[in-house]
Design a binder for this molecule. Structure first.
Ligand code: FRU
Length: 467
């Protein structure tokens, strides 16, 4: 048996050995993507291909820490129910032996092309290769080896290729660090996805490393998403260890010049990083992110005891309004609604027993204030005087509380919250602000409290089929 097959089999054995404990873990999500065992981080290769959505992810099957990553693989007909497949790519070759790192998917001539970074570390010296794997059936992937090496002027922190097509050319953006240790995103172009020409820097200006870039045009605006490292926290901004956000503008493809505005964070929650998007057959721009952040102590997540850690966000549809990205859970997620737990007007106070798989919708908010309490763990508060929303939870190390704050441009009119065992995703004003966070509330606590005057609908949600 070759090394690739051996690694894939070892990963499957690890899944089998731990499956029962993991599925029975009260913190394991029922409708979010989480690792079958081990650690999940970035979503990779998100694409709708021949009508089926494929989602790959950074996967470490053997421990709840980082290391030589695999590409885990799921597919779905509806973005709600995901079927797991064996690992698509394993770290089995000299050019990816220390990790099949993040990347993207694109279709050409009925084949699926996966571009990823091969991570290689020898005696603490790092190398990075941009590699290709192709598939004709969307299940088995043939590695085609190194396509691009690190150009002069950059360190080996050169990774996470995202590829797209415009007119008759293909383009690739890569997250990079210059030898002066400045973060940047660079680009390449190609006519055939095989021979790539270096176009140079697309954007830079702050931080020491930019990871996981993504570039697309939406509602007439060119957008570069990326996850910069090394930003100092500033007021309510940049509160997480590393950030994730976007700049918008106009790309002059001929001169490879991106005229753009300031950096805006995509999510205001405690755990969000390395999102990736795709355009589906309906023309929707869909985003999925990692509901985690790098460099967080894994032992602080109680789930590590059951040999799994982290999860992804729900798929969100993006739009640009007044220059800002709005993110809404995709329409298909309404299919998760199994039972209506509450549907009516609330004057001042609603107290409801809800379980850990629920959706809470608060509309027509007609009050100066709003306060939500979830399971005696997380609170959400609105302050009308400065239009801020504050999410508060206990610190993961148990020492007091921590907060994340977002500021609305519009008056508050709606809140939609998805609760899934140990996660909370809050969409404010149809996605003007989003907070993605893990939530390790005591398992017995069942309560939802809402203090405001509004219309409220609460649903119990089903599990995804294929979980
Ligand atoms: C972002 C990241 C990527 C890298 C991958 C490795 O979370 O560090 O830059 O490709 O994770 O798992």
């Amino acid at each position: 048996m070759n090394e690739d097959q051996q690694l894939r089999n070892q990963a499957e054995l690890e899944v089998k050995a731990n499956q029962k404990n993991i599925i029975e873990d009260a913190y394991y999500p029922s409708y979010h993507v989480a690792p079958p065992v081990g650690l999940i981080n970035d979503p990779n290769g998100l694409i709708q291909w021949n009508g089926t959505y494929h989602l790959f992810y950074q996967w470490m099957p053997f421990k709840t820490g980082h290391g030589s990553k695999f590409w885990g693989h799921l597919s779905s007909a509806n973005l709600v129910d995901w079927t797991r497949h064996a690992a698509a790519l394993t770290p089995s070759d000299w050019f990816d032996k220390d990790g099949v790192y993040s990347g993207s998917a694109i279709e050409k001539d009925d084949q699926l092309y996966l571009f990823y970074t091969g991570n290689v570390k020898t005696d603490d010296i790092r190398d990075a290769y941009q590699c290709l794997a192709t598939s004709t059936d969307g299940i088995h992937f043939e590695k085609e080896g190194v396509q691009i090496s690190v150009p002069e002027g950059f360190t080996a922190h050169f990774r996470d290729p995202k590829v797209w097509k415009k007119d008759d050319k293909y383009y690739m953006v890569i997250g990079a660090q210059t030898i002066e240790e400045k973060g940047t995103v660079v680009g390449f172009e190609s006519f055939d996805l095989k021979r790539w020409e270096f176009n140079g820097v697309l954007a830079d200006g702050f931080g020491y490393m930019w990871e996981c870039p993504d570039f697309f045009t939406l509602d007439g605006v060119d957008i570069l998403l990326f996850s910069p490292q090394g930003l100092e926290s500033h007021g309510i901004d940049y509160q997480n260890v590393h950030q994730s956000g976007y700049i918008t503008g106009k790309l002059d493809y001929q001169n490879w010049h991106f005229d753009h505005g300031d950096f805006t964070e995509l999510d205001r929650g405690f755990e969000f990083y390395a999102p990736q998007t795709t355009e589906d057959a309906y023309g929707r721009r869909i985003l999925i992110g990692w509901m985690g952040v790098p460099d967080q102590d894994e032992e602080l997540h109680p789930t590590h005891e059951n040999k799994w850690i982290h999860q992804l966000t729900l798929p969100r549809e993006l739009h640009v309004r007044s220059g800002h990205i709005f993110q809404k859970p995709v329409e298909e997620l309404k299919d998760l609604r199994e039972k209506t737990l509450y549907d009516g007007d609330v004057t001042e106070l609603l107290e409801l027993d809800i379980s850990r798989s629920a959706e809470v919708n608060i509309h027509e908010i007609d009050d100066e204030k709003l306060h939500i309490d979830l399971f005696d763990y997380a609170t959400i508060d609105f302050n009308k005087s400065d239009r801020t929303i504050t999410l508060t939870r206990p610190r993961l190390d148990g020492n007091g509380l921590e907060k994340r704050v977002g500021k609305l441009r519009e008056p508050l009119n709606s809140i939609q919250a998805y609760i899934d065992h140990s996660s909370l995703e809050i969409f404010v004003n149809d996605g003007e602000l989003v907070f993605s966070s893990r939530m390790f509330a005591a398992v017995e606590d069942k309560g939802l409290t809402v203090k405001t005057n509004a219309r409220v609908k609460v649903y119990a949600l089903r599990s995804m089929i294929g979980r």
